[in-house]
Ligand binder design. Structure first.
Ligand SMILES: C[S@@+](CC[C@H](N)C(=O)[O-])C[C@H]1O[C@@H](n2cnc3c(N)ncnc32)[C@H](O)[C@@H]1O
Length: 293
């Protein structure tokens, strides 16, 4: 009660010291998130357009009705366990802001490892032609196109909602990715062969879906569910697309925890070799790559 009053009192003024407001918001978020200080800081940076330094220095900023309403909406949303990323409308991936909202998967830090592995794997290939299957927000395709100018990048996404974010991000960041609204299981959706095919497909199993955190239930099932064993897309994509790699071409996947033995076996069965695995920041094998002979 007292904590709420502190926040309420601060919000009544026509100006507010950012450090005190951050502290009050942090208290309001306790029990809702494991990172209340981090979230409170991001909320203030977004609502007031200030920097982390401004908050740490306790800068006092003017406060109007619109900002009060924004703070109330952010806190209300988090109390309902809506993901902060959707509430803020933008999330950083590989140092760039991506527009996000309900209907598209939020880009994850671990997925940056897949982008890194593709960039590394393509560094000796002149003007590579790259295809991303299951593109979502476009965080991977857009990042690869921007990090490696001169690359021809194609990106396929089936969900019309997610596709609209892919298009917005491609345009806002000027990446020049060729975007396709289509089914990644349909190899007729794009012509020609590729130096690299990559995907972070839906990979949660039935048992994973039963144990979702509240925030994950706001993300599209179509972006999460990989059928009963979680491996549906790896099985289908590997069998259907391996032939579309150029000689020496790279197949690169993000995978779920413990999926590497089965996915590596699928890659081998499709005639690929030189299988490499990369661990994420938590030590879990998160990316698998393989080469066509
Ligand atoms: C795990 S998300 C990955 C999104 C993005 N690449 C990322 O890394 O954040 C999987 C994406 O695959 C899309 N998807 C599911 N089934 C698909 C299909 N058959 N064809 C194309 N995209 C599909 C989902 O809509 C979702 O955007």
């Amino acid at each position: 009660m007292e904590k709420t009053q502190t926040l309420e009192t601060l919000l009544q003024g026509s100006s507010v010291p950012l450090d005190r407001l951050e502290h009050a918001i942090q208290h309001a978020l306790e029990g809702i998130t494991d990172a209340p200080g981090f979230e409170a800081g991001l909320m203030l940076e977004t609502v007031f357009g200030v920097s982390r330094t401004d908050i740490l220095l306790g800068k006092t900023v003017p406060l109007d009705e619109k900002q009060r309403a924004q703070i109330a909406a952010l806190l209300g949303g988090r109390k309902e366990r809506r993901p902060l990323q959707y509430l803020l409308g933008s999330w950083e991936f590989y140092g760039r802001p991506f527009i996000v909202g309900e209907g598209v998967l939020i880009p994850r830090p671990d997925t940056e490892i897949l982008a890194e592995q593709v960039l590394e794997g393509m560094k000796d290939t002149p003007s590579p032609r790259i295809l991303e299957l299951c593109g979502g927000s476009g965080c991977l395709a857009v990042t690869i196109a921007l990090e490696r100018p001169g690359t021809e990048v194609w990106c396929v996404e089936k969900s019309p909602e997610a596709f609209s974010y892919l298009q917005k991000n491609n345009e806002a960041l000027g990446a020049g990715v060729h975007t396709l609204l289509g089914d990644a299981l349909d190899t007729g959706c794009v012509e020609g062969d590729f130096d690299c095919i990559l995907s972070n497909p839906p990979y949660l199993s039935d048992s994973d879906m039963r144990e979702l955190e509240p925030e994950l239930s706001y993300e599209p099932v179509m972006a999460l569910y990989g059928e009963s064993d979680g491996l549906f897309f790896y099985r289908e994509l590997t069998a259907r697309w391996a032939d579309r790699l150029r000689p020496g071409g790279l197949l690169a996947y993000e995978i779920g925890m413990g999926q590497h033995p089965q996915v590596a076996a699928m890659m081998e069965a499709a005639g690929l070799n030189t299988i490499c695995q990369t661990r994420d920041y938590g030590g879990i094998i998160r990316v698998l790559t393989a080469r066509k002979r």
